[in-house]
Design a protein around this ligand. Structure first.
Ligand SMILES: [Zn+2]
Length: 228
């Protein structure tokens, strides 16, 4: 079994079959909805960052430095992390995949802006991406921050669990996220990137109603887990 634990916003800890701890988009200490701080994180093997905005990247560098985890993201994003003292990085780019010990990871397109928090000179500005993972046949899609994309139709039939933003304002809102579910046809969808601040307040139950019978909508509380 793989276990996904939500820590609010787009931050998920994935515990893979082989025991690896993989953290998506770490935003803990300054995240008003997180149930933990970064000091609560013990073992960490990989950090997967969808882009460099503070609400996805704030705790990535300090966590990777302390734990020795490998930071995975676009070439520029990991180059910035290296410049800040992260020793183990794996640079990729959209459309490319790589087989890690825990499974295959591919960077998917996302439509979003791409500056990096802390990169004061703008030398490392990159694009945002999502992640598609194949974990021993279990397929997980973390879309990152994105607009609705027709490209999501390419994922149809290839996703068991989809993590999609519903917050609106900065990303898809509930209506477009429900259309993304139509495009992707995942078995399960878990909403993210909402209720962190008033600006992205949403009712996940209303999102579930919009999705209807197309997929099971699993609504997690911060600290809550889903096994698949
Ligand atoms: Zn964001």
């Amino acid at each position: 079994m793989a276990r996904l634990t939500w820590h609010g916003h787009s931050t998920f800890m994935l515990l893979a079959d082989g025991g690896e701890h993989i953290l998506f988009d770490p935003f803990l200490d300054d995240n008003p909805k997180s149930d933990i701080t970064k000091s609560d994180i013990g073992r960490l093997d990989y950090v997967l960052c969808s882009h460099g905005h503070f609400d996805h990247f704030a705790d990535a560098v300090p966590l990777a430095r302390r734990t020795g985890a490998t930071l995975v993201g676009t070439f520029e994003l990991v180059a910035f992390a290296e410049s800040k003292g992260v020793e183990k990085v794996h640079g990729m780019n959209v459309g490319g995949g790589y087989r890690f010990p825990f499974g295959y990871v591919k960077l998917t397109p996302a439509l979003h802006s791409g500056s990096i928090a802390g990169d004061d000179e703008g030398r490392f500005t990159t694009i945002a991406n999502g992640f598609w993972l194949d974990l021993n046949g279990k397929r997980l899609y973390h879309s990152g921050d994105t607009a609705l994309l027709t490209d999501m139709q390419l994922l149809r039939g290839r996703v068991d669990v989809a993590l999609l933003p519903i917050g609106d304002n900065f990303t898809m809102g509930p209506e477009d996220a429900a259309r993304a579910v139509e495009f992707i046809e995942p078995r399960v969808v878990i909403p993210m990137h909402y209720n962190t601040w008033d600006l992205i307040a949403q009712d996940p139950a209303a999102f579930r109603t919009r999705v209807g019978g197309r997929a099971e909508v699993v609504v997690l509380e911060p600290g809550g887990s889903y096994e698949f």
